[in-house]
Design a protein around this ligand. Sequence first.
Ligand SMILES: C[S@@+](CC[C@H](N)C(=O)[O-])C[C@H]1O[C@@H](n2cnc3c(N)ncnc32)[C@H](O)[C@@H]1O
Length: 198
Amino acid sequence: MSWIKKRRSETYYKRAKTEGFRSRAVYKLKQMDEKFSIIEDGIRILDLGASPGGWSQYSSLVNQGGINVALDIIPMRRIENVYFVKGDIFQDDIWTKILEFSSDGYDLVLSDILMHTSGDHSRDQANSYFIAKRILEICEHVLTRNGKTLVKTLQGDLTEESRKEFRKHFRRVFLTKPASSLPRSSELYILGEYYSGR
Ligand SMILES: C[S@@+](CC[C@H](N)C(=O)[O-])C[C@H]1O[C@@H](n2cnc3c(N)ncnc32)[C@H](O)[C@@H]1O
């Protein structure tokens, strides 16, 4: 890593520590929220792959009057105003567990999940593509009409395919990379707005 990139990564890491956030990832969500107004107060938010909890900390601060649910395969330390579900997004019927906290569904589904990167870009990208498809499947069960989703993926040959899949279900789709995401990383976020319904 060049010293500039290392410096940038360390800057966000240190800032997160000073500001009491659990991960530097929080700034990615914050920057995308500032650009696209994704989160508002009083909504129902599902944060998939939430641990250690930076995104959940941020969304529960903005959404103090709403419902915040976080899910991960690994445990997460408690965050005030956030319900935690331990589970795997690939588990059969995972939505049943998720809907226990908000039986009428969610207005926003976030996913910052990435499988362990193998170093083989095509393989990593294919994995991120399948994760994004699984998030769409979860949306079918839990996302309300006109709801939004924000999903991490890896840029590459399958990006256009993912965009097309999202376009089938969301009226507006954006691909975005926040400033705090390292330039050397191929991560990219897909934002879908105005879900056409379950
Ligand atoms: C990059 S971290 C998320 C960081 C988080 N957004 C934050 O701000 O602190 C990705 C998380 O996805 C979780 N994860 C990976 N595969 C998963 C799966 N199949 N189901 C649920 N969570 C998963 C990992 O355990 C990890 O905690």
